[in-house]
Design a protein. Structure first.
Length: 155
């Protein structure tokens, strides 16, 4: 029996539970091309997913939550990661020096795209943090003007 034949599969409900999402989210991610199922699945047949599918969905959910990504951004990030994985696979075949140079050149804009997305999210978070800090300072000042002790000194 091959390793592929022994690979454990999961139904959509199990996948959703493992990733902490709804089955509708799993279906939607599949519809958007973020999560694939076996190409030979007949229409109406049960969706079966592998450990790799579960891991991919968990990573997508983590990125979505961590970075506050839109679905379009998530698709873009996932596509860049898939392209990088393909480049890593090519690298593993021990290509010539010239081919390795080409692989590195192809990987650079992919990583740059991902980094730009992360930096944009970080910038938005920093702006939000500054806004909240200003609101907090303003409220603490107002409290002091009202003659109330700070919460730190009330302890």
């Amino acid at each position: 029996m091959t390793a592929k034949a022994e690979e454990r599969t999961f139904r959509i409900g199990e996948v959703a539970e493992r990733a902490g999402v709804t089955t509708r989210t799993v279906r939607y991610y599949e519809e958007r091309g973020l999560l694939g199922t076996a190409p030979g699945r007949a229409k109406g047949a049960h969706r079966l997913y592998t450990d790799a599918d579960v891991a991919r969905l968990q990573e997508l959910v983590r990125l979505r939550d961590l970075l506050g990504l839109t679905l379009e951004d998530l698709v873009e990030l996932a596509e860049a990661e898939e392209a990088r994985a393909a480049l890593r696979d090519r690298w593993a075949t021990e290509p010539s020096h010239a081919e390795r140079v080409g692989i590195v050149e192809a990987a650079i804009p992919l990583v740059q795209k991902q980094l730009d997305l992360v930096r944009a999210r970080r910038k938005r978070l920093a702006e939000f943090e500054r806004d909240l800090e200003e609101k907090l300072r303003s409220l603490e000042q107002r409290r002091a003007e009202l003659g109330q002790p700070s919460s730190g000194s009330a302890r």
